[in-house]
Write a protein that binds this ligand. Structure first.
Ligand SMILES: [Zn+2]
Length: 150
């Protein structure tokens, strides 16, 4: 769908706002769309704080039930500092998930996608994949320069 690239592009612009504050996490942006209208948006703002998807749900101006979420990176599936984002996506009854790039971390890769598909969510992969991967490339470079201290 041609609109997919449009909304993914907006999610990428949001992701970049995280800048170096999310180090050593990747920059991630999320946009929630219902009937062609953006009803929520969020990005990963700071390491250790809420992920992009959670911030997007929090910002919703109407119920996200039946909506589409665009996220630059595959929603996380492991219990880290935050509960896994794929659970929030299922809980919020999103109808469709559009993912830019897959997580290079083997703890994450594919697991959330499988769970969301099982829950009946339509999952589309690799929309603007190169641009979304580039967000992670910036993260890898900066994290090499400044190794995490905690
Ligand atoms: Zn997450």
């Amino acid at each position: 769908m041609e609109n997919d690239e449009h909304f993914m592009n907006l999610a990428i612009l949001l992701a970049r706002k995280g800048g170096g504050n999310v180090n050593p996490n990747p920059q991630v942006g999320a946009i929630i769309v219902n009937d062609g209208q953006i009803i929520g948006q969020g990005y990963h703002e700071k390491y250790g704080e809420a992920h992009a998807e959670i911030n997007a749900f929090k910002s919703c101006i109407e119920s996200p039930e039946g909506s589409t979420i665009y996220v630059t990176l595959e929603p996380c599936a492991h219990q880290g500092k935050q509960p896994p984002c794929f659970e929030a996506i299922i809980k919020n009854k999103v109808k469709r998930v559009v993912i830019g790039s897959l997580d290079p971390n083997p703890l994450v890769a594919g697991k959330g996608i499988e769970a969301m598909k099982k829950a009946g969510i339509d999952v589309s992969l690799k929309v603007l994949e190169k641009e979304c991967k580039d967000l992670n490339k910036i993260f890898f470079i900066t994290s090499l320069k400044e190794p995490p201290t905690s």
